[in-house]
Design a protein around this ligand. Structure first.
Ligand code: SF4
Length: 451
């Protein structure tokens, strides 16, 4: 493939700051991607169609709306595989030198480095690379085409179509329960940025990125998706918390011994691990003995002063952090949502837009007493709000018991102590069957690079 930049797995971890980016696609503007399986006749194989401006017509330093539609066909492809292959877009676009892709579905952000555009990189090149990488990885894909939109009108239209498809996929997946199957699935696709992380995908618990349901994982295994594997459930150890012998065995193996026990439906003791792709975080607030939920679309702060991106940077490293879990948004609609901890009865705070979107899911008697950023910007306001609503708050002794012991920080509120107990920029480096020769190696932090 003749491209003005290199393409390869070595570029996958490339970070591009706003200052280094020629333009930003999606992010603060709408950014959406969708992959569909269609019939062969509907596809012009290998075609990349651009609607709107390519880089040559864009102004440096600006953000543009971005829509990416990939259509594929093949005799062995079924609709259930769409979510998994859509998730590979994230990985494959990151293989392109000078291009950084983040998130998935309708939260996509792409940054393109100035020097890549100076070398002549175009959106058409990105589409061509994507088609080739998908076809190379999956022999079941016989024909593929890519459409890229950068004009607001067409991007919004793709967004509407995509949200309807996401809704249908999530609805279909929600009909199954953990107890209906003998096999769960696991995924290690994100171990490149969260070394020991593996998602366990059960019918009642969608993946952390929210893109891969149990049905989609099953379809992916059928077409030989290497990062996704079967996890026989084995003996049930704790039905309520969702602990299974087979899951513990699989997670110990895939995390190389870093995680040996895992609860699917509890955030205490042995919670599921997460990587930076999580769509939302659930966090424990000891002062009120309740849970807060924050999603990646909410840019404000949680009652304990952290926003989503700071929180996910602290705990999204593939390790277990009792009191915190990263989840796919569809898990909030699962009847088993944190059932081992009391589920919705323990939820006390969430952003107003998220709360509104779950109006038909949250039990009505609980809905009214869940605070949002409008009523409770900080912990003090949250406690006051819950007192007024008659929520049973824990005593001071109970709060002290729940919070991690930190002598030097005794005077701080318990939630602050939980935050202080989070890891400080832990770095995990795993080199497997690899040989490296460095003349010079410079390591900088993300902060230094001002990302
Ligand atoms: S978040 Fe989990 S399921 Fe999604 S791609 Fe990463 S490892 Fe796989």
């Amino acid at each position: 493939m003749e491209l003005p930049v290199d393409v390869g797995v070595i570029y996958e971890g490339e970070r591009i700051s706003r200052e280094d980016a020629f333009v930003e696609l999606g992010g603060s503007e709408t950014g959406v991607e969708l992959l569909r399986v269609v019939s062969s006749e509907e596809i012009e194989d290998g075609a990349v169609k651009i609607t709107g401006e390519d880089f040559s017509g864009m102004e440096e330093g600006k953000a543009y709306p971005f829509g990416l539609l990939v259509r594929i066909a093949g005799e062995k492809l079924e609709e259930d595989v769409e979510g998994v292959l859509e998730r590979r877009i994230h990985e494959f676009v990151n293989y392109i030198q000078g291009v950084m892709h983040q998130n998935s579905r309708d939260r996509v952000l792409v940054r393109v480095r100035k020097d890549a555009v100076a070398k002549g990189l175009t959106l058409t090149d990105i589409g061509r690379a994507l088609i080739q990488l998908l076809k190379k990885e999956y022999r079941a894909i016989e024909r593929a085409e890519v459409q890229i939109f950068t004009r607001k009108e067409e991007v919004e239209s793709l967004l509407t179509e995509a949200r309807e498809v996401y809704r249908r996929r999530d609805e279909k997946a929600a009909k199954l329960r953990d107890e209906d199957v003998d096999v769960f699935y696991g995924c290690t696709m994100c171990q490149n940025h969260a070394a020991n992380h593996a998602c366990i995908i059960a019918p009642s618990r969608v993946s952390g990125c929210g893109v891969i349901s149990w049905l989609e994982a099953r379809a992916a295994v059928k077409i030989g998706e290497g990062a996704i594997f079967e996890v026989p459930k084995g003996k049930v150890i704790d039905e309520s918390k969702g602990e299974f012998e087979g899951v513990n065995k699989a997670i110990a193996d895939k995390s190389r011994g870093a995680t040996t026990r895992l609860y699917l439906h509890s955030l205490f003791d042995y919670p599921h691990t997460q990587c930076s792709c999580a769509q939302a975080m659930v966090f424990y607030i000891p002062e009120v003995d309740g849970f807060g939920i924050v999603d990646s679309n909410f840019k404000g702060k949680t009652p304990f002063g952290m926003n989503f991106s700071t929180l996910i940077k602290q705990v999204g490293n593939g390790s277990q952090h009792p009191g915190f879990i990263g989840i796919g948004l569809a898990y909030l609609r699962s009847p088993k949502f944190l059932q081992g901890d009391g589920g919705w009865s323990r939820v006390v705070w969430m952003p107003s837009h998220l709360k509104e979107s779950l109006r038909e899911v949250i039990p009505p008697e609980i809905y009214e007493r869940i605070a949002t950023e409008k009523k409770a910007e900080d912990l003090e306001a949250l406690v006051k709000f819950l007192e007024e609503k008659g929520y049973k708050l824990p005593s001071k002794e109970e709060v002290a018991e729940e919070a991690p012991a930190q002598e030097a920080e005794e005077a701080q509120p318990a939630a602050a102590q939980v935050v202080h107990a989070l890891p400080r920029r832990r770095v995990t480096v795993a080199f497997i069957n690899s040989t490296f020769h460095f003349k010079k190696l410079i390591i900088t932090t993300e902060k230094e690079k001002n990302i």
